[in-house]
Design a protein around this ligand. Structure first.
Ligand SMILES: C[C@@H](SC(=N)N)c1ccc(Cl)cc1
Ligand SMILES: C[C@@H](SC(=N)N)c1ccc(Cl)cc1
Length: 408
């Protein structure tokens, strides 16, 4: 009702201010009429009308439930949003884990934000204790806002052979102050031993494209796809750091996190990954050709075309491909060359010391490389070893997706 009055006023004011495009008032013998139109922006919402009536006429304050319904609408219209959260590396930078609040009251789980997959799944009260020992779990029964998605199931096997599966709820998920009220939360009924053993990891938050979400019978949206329309900008950024905490941001680019200009490349979303092309690479001054691969926060190493890995380790004295280890190894004392790749016209350099990934076993004098060939993997993967050398922008404006890389 108030909006109707407002729109009449606007028309009225326009008339008096004589705006060229206003309808002139007809004033005949001291009377006049003015036409009024319903406000096209107005969206009828009973509870909000009731809430306003309580505020205007009520002897008592609006009932709490009415307030939550209208607050949600008010918040939904709130200014466009952004969020920031710290992410912490596991030992040897194997994966980075980020606290996420799920349900009401919020249950905090540490999730692996993974741009190489598109499911948000968690250890849950339905995961057998023998598999969830040592993990935080999500208990939908303790969340007043959890809703079961009957008949929905999921099952995933990752590239390294680890796997998990279960059923689906929707609940509020909060990442760095950004919350979505009905995020699909995939609860695990089972997880493979790799997940059980990784006790800091309580689940994954997929940041790939929702087209490869594994929920049956209906694929669900990722957290990013769900909140994207509320964000200042349709993007998220990652700033992983070598053996120290970094940040994930949603909705804005924090210019203090990078020093160089951001260089963008177009992303091919056909496979559901952030697939892009580096136009060239160089090792110790030798220039190589283009590399097309995926930017994958969920994979530890850089798994590059076998010819590229071979070219790299040809510059490392005493490096060899060790079949028993499944990759290139070298003396831990070796000084490794940098690996530079060009993307979007800008150069990103992976420092040699990031490519000395770790001793084969604690104390061994033989070390395993952070760059490996992608033999038998089917993807070329710019994993954490590459990502932690840059500030990276993952932008999806809807019709085009881009990835931006900057020095930091
Ligand atoms: C795309 C990643 S898995 C992930 N980031 N969810 C991947 C695929 C295949 C192999 Cl062999 C290793 C890793
Ligand atoms: C449970 C671990 S196993 C591992 N750290 N390779 C895992 C598997 C797949 C992804 Cl995408 C992320 C983490």
């Amino acid at each position: 009702m108030r909006n109707m009055i407002a729109s009449v006023f606007v028309l009225f004011a326009a008339g008096f201010s004589g705006l060229a495009n206003a309808v002139p008032l007809q004033i005949n013998n001291g009377t006049f009429s003015v036409t009024t139109h319903p406000n096209p922006e107005f969206v009828a919402h009973g509870p909000t009308a009731m809430y306003k009536a309580y505020l205007k006429y009520g002897k008592t304050p609006p009932p709490a439930l009415l307030r939550t319904v209208t607050d949600y609408r008010a918040q939904k219209k709130a200014k466009r949003e952004s969020g920031s959260v710290v992410t912490t590396p596991e030992v040897l930078d194997q994966a980075w884990l980020t606290p996420v609040q799920i349900g009401t009251p919020g249950q905090t789980l540490n999730l692996d934000f993974d741009s190489g997959s598109s499911d948000l799944w968690v250890f849950s009260s339905s995961t057998p204790a023998s598999q969830s020992r040592g993990h935080s779990v999500f208990s939908p029964g303790k969340s007043s806002t959890a809703k079961e998605s009957p008949g929905y199931t999921w099952s995933i096997t990752y590239g390294d052979g680890s796997s998990s599966s279960g059923t689906v709820y929707t609940d509020v998920v909060d990442v760095g102050g950004l919350s979505f009220p009905s995020q699909a939360v995939e609860t695990a009924n089972r997880v493979s031993p790799e997940f059980t053993q990784e006790t800091n990891l309580d689940g994954l938050l997929g940041l790939g494209f929702s087209t490869i979400n594994a929920v049956k019978p209906t694929a669900q949206n990722t957290f990013f796809d769900n909140i994207k329309s509320d964000l200042n900008q349709p993007l998220w950024t990652v700033d992983l750091k070598h053996q120290e905490p970094g940040t994930y941001n949603f909705g804005n680019i924090n210019s203090s996190l990078h020093t160089g200009e951001i260089h963008y490349a177009i992303v091919n979303t056909r496979r559901g990954f952030w697939t892009f092309t580096a136009t060239s690479y160089s090792v110790g001054g030798a220039i190589g050709g283009s590399i097309t691969g995926i930017a994958d926060t969920g994979t530890t190493l850089a798994l590059l075309p076998t010819a590229v890995a071979k070219a790299y380790y040809s510059k490392v004295p005493d490096a060899l491909y060790d079949n028993s280890q499944g990759g290139y190894v070298f003396p831990c004392a070796a000084s490794l060359p940098d690996f530079t790749f060009t993307v979007g016209g800008g150069e990103i350099t992976i420092p040699g010391n990031y490519i000395n990934y770790a001793p084969l076993t604690p104390g061994s004098k033989t070390c395993f490389g952070g760059i490996q060939g992608n033999t038998g993997i089917g993807e070329v993967i710019f994993g954490d070893v590459a990502l932690k050398s840059a500030f990276v922008v993952f932008e999806n404006s809807g019709d085009t997706a881009r990835i931006g890389w900057a020095k930091k």
